[in-house]
Design a protein around this ligand. Structure first.
Ligand code: FAD
Length: 538
């Protein structure tokens, strides 16, 4: 099979133009073309009004050998790489050992699925509820119908942090072994649209994710895995540097010398417990800031001009960065086109914002986090000092919002002029339970406020209207990534605790759904190989 890259066609091209483009590019006849498939479709929107679709195509032809010779200097023609996934191990049928996976976020789910597919019958422990019950709790809280539940919310419960999200499925991690393809393929097997396999920057959307998570659970169980909900791991038994098992909040003890720790970045109590048990943890940089909301039409117009609204383009996104005079960098993060700002706290009396969208991305506002990078020098202390720092900001945001889980908010115009907001303008914020207008400059350290005040007008030069007076800021964003790293060795085990496999976002080894899933696969492979090696030795 041949892979053709950079095949550019107009946005509204008829379908058979793809075939024509292949014949022209390879200079072959219709009869010599056996078939083709679209590997990737993206767009080039640099010229407004002339947006082009850009394809990567996999082509089957009777002329492959000849073409490879003739076009060997053409960087856009190559042999299609083999991206299929092959399991690295197979558990013996009489294996008594069962690995434990803590957490059912994308990392834990993929680690569990891979272990189950290889025959290792994992026991998966999740502190929160099954996804349907969790959805009722979380949406109930957002709609002011039920109280905040610290064990069942936007961060905790089946599916992990990204369940109520835009479901963006792209990542900048290096992936030479194509694990990302395996993640996407399993998501399609679990019910995601096959388009996620070929669209550049695919997304799933909240309601579809819920069904996918349930389907992955059923698959793991059908392969002999076990998933236990409302089973918070409260302690870990380590003897002479070797994990022996875990204790649940119920008091139950489960023995295993293989424990995958995929608890996400919000498991602060679990981090504290691991720290007290002597597991090596170090602080790491993360970011803090606000969510900003604009009319989606403003972003669409700016990015797509007259072609805004085209069905193949969907709601436009953006990615912005500004390096400030005070040495800080401000960037947009987790942009949700046509989405909602959501309450993403996991502790009572603390407030955190984040964003989500449905598959259709058809809400009126675009939102993204506008965040400032910070480093451990900004929060000196022990390995968990970043968590204390996050907590202080989240408590302050809760107070500024009026102490009712309403988010503190301010209009961009007022924020730039350093005055409190008193009324909303044309942009109505989407955050529920509600937004309490105030002066957000009290919610973050001065250096962060100064940096965001400098960045917004700079972003306005790239997206006209970005600093519009009526755009709404809500605070605070503190969970852009984990404030710690639970360092591991090359074999994926903790630096000082044998049998403990820190994984995913909470351990500092992933950021986002796709990379967390990829890390889950890698760690599952490491666990499987280690079990087999240790069995051989005995
Ligand atoms: P998590 O998903 O955080 O999962 C950890 C799991 O462990 C949780 O289910 C938790 O309940 C459980 N747990 C924690 N402690 C314990 C314990 N002691 N015992 C048992 N269980 C425990 N990323 C994207 O790529 N695209 C997006 O569009 C996107 N949008 C997002 C929107 C929102 C609202 C949020 C909150 C996040 C979003 N993210 C998005 C980020 C993404 O969700 C995370 O990067 C990803 O979920 C991390 O995966 P993980 O498996 O490492 O951890």
């Amino acid at each position: 099979m041949l892979r053709l890259t950079e095949v550019k066609l107009p946005l509204d091209h008829p379908e058979d133009e793809i075939k024509t483009a292949i014949l022209k590019k390879l200079q072959i006849t219709d009869e010599e073309l056996i078939g083709y498939s679209i590997f990737k479709r993206s767009y080039d929107a640099r010229k407004k009004g002339e947006i082009a679709l850009v394809y990567i195509l996999d082509v089957e032809t009777t002329q492959e050998t000849h073409l490879l010779k003739r076009l060997k200097k053409d960087p856009h023609v190559m042999v299609t790489p083999d991206m299929s996934y092959r399991p690295v191990a197979k558990a013996p049928s009489n294996l008594a050992i069962r690995p434990i996976v803590i957490g059912t976020g994308p990392c834990g789910l993929f680690a569990g699925l891979m272990l189950a597919q290889m025959g290792f019958r994992p026991i998966i422990l999740e502190r929160g509820k099954k996804v349907r019950d969790r959805t009722a709790d979380t949406f109930g809280f957002w709609k002011k119908k039920s109280d905040f539940n610290p064990e069942s919310n936007a961060q905790f419960g089946e599916g992990g942090a990204g369940t109520f999200s835009d479901g963006k499925l792209y990542s900048q991690v290096k992936d030479p072994q194509h694990y990302g393809r395996k993640v996407l393929t399993e998501l399609v097997n679990a019910g995601a649209s096959p388009e996620i396999l070929y669209i550049n920057k695919p997304h799933i959307g909240t309601f579809k994710l819920v069904g996918i998570v349930q389907s992955m659970r059923a698959k793991i169980e059908s392969l002999g895995g076990e998933i236990r909900f409302e089973s918070r791991v409260e302690d870990i038994n380590i003897e002479n540097g070797q994990v022996r098992g875990v204790t649940l909040a119920s008091g139950e003890y489960i023995a295993s010398e293989y424990v995958v720790l995929a608890v996400g970045h919000s498991a602060r109590d679990t981090f504290q417990m691991l720290y007290e048990r002597g597991v090596y943890i170090e602080p790491k940089p993360f970011s803090i800031g606000f969510r900003v909301e604009h009319p989606q039409t403003l972003i669409d117009q700016c990015r797509f001009g007259p072609q805004a609204g085209h069905k193949l383009l969907g709601a436009a996104d953006y990615k912005l960065v500004h390096h400030c005079q005070n040495g800080r960098s401000v960037y947009s993060f987790c942009m949700c086109p046509g989405g909602l700002v959501v309450a993403a706290a996991s502790e009572p009396g603390r407030l955190v914002t984040n964003g989500m969208s449905q598959y259709s991305r058809n809400e009126r506002n675009a939102n993204s986090a506008i965040v400032v990078g910070i480093t451990p020098e900004d929060y000196p202390g022990n390995a968990l000092a970043g968590i204390d720092f996050q907590r202080r900001l989240e408590e302050q945001a809760f107070k500024l919002g009026g102490g009712t889980y309403e988010a503190p908010g301010q209009l961009v115009g007022d924020f730039l002029k350093d005055r409190s907001s008193t009324a909303f303008g044309t942009v109505k914020p989407s955050y529920t339970p509600g937004v309490h207008l105030c002066d957000l400059s009290q919610s973050l350290p001065d250096y962060a406020i100064a940096a965001i005040r400098e960045a917004l007008p700079a972003f306005d030069k790239q997206i006209k209207g970005f600093a519009m007076d009526d755009a709404v800021l809500t605070g605070v964003e503190t969970r852009t990534s984990s404030p710690i790293r639970i360092k591991r060795k090359e074999d994926y085990q903790s630096l000082n605790t044998v049998g403990l496999y820190p994984a995913g976002e909470g351990a500092g080894y992933a950021g986002g759904i796709l990379s967390a899933g990829i890390d889950g696969i890698k760690v599952a492979e490491a666990v499987a190989l280690s079990i087999l090696r240790n069995c051989d030795r005995k």
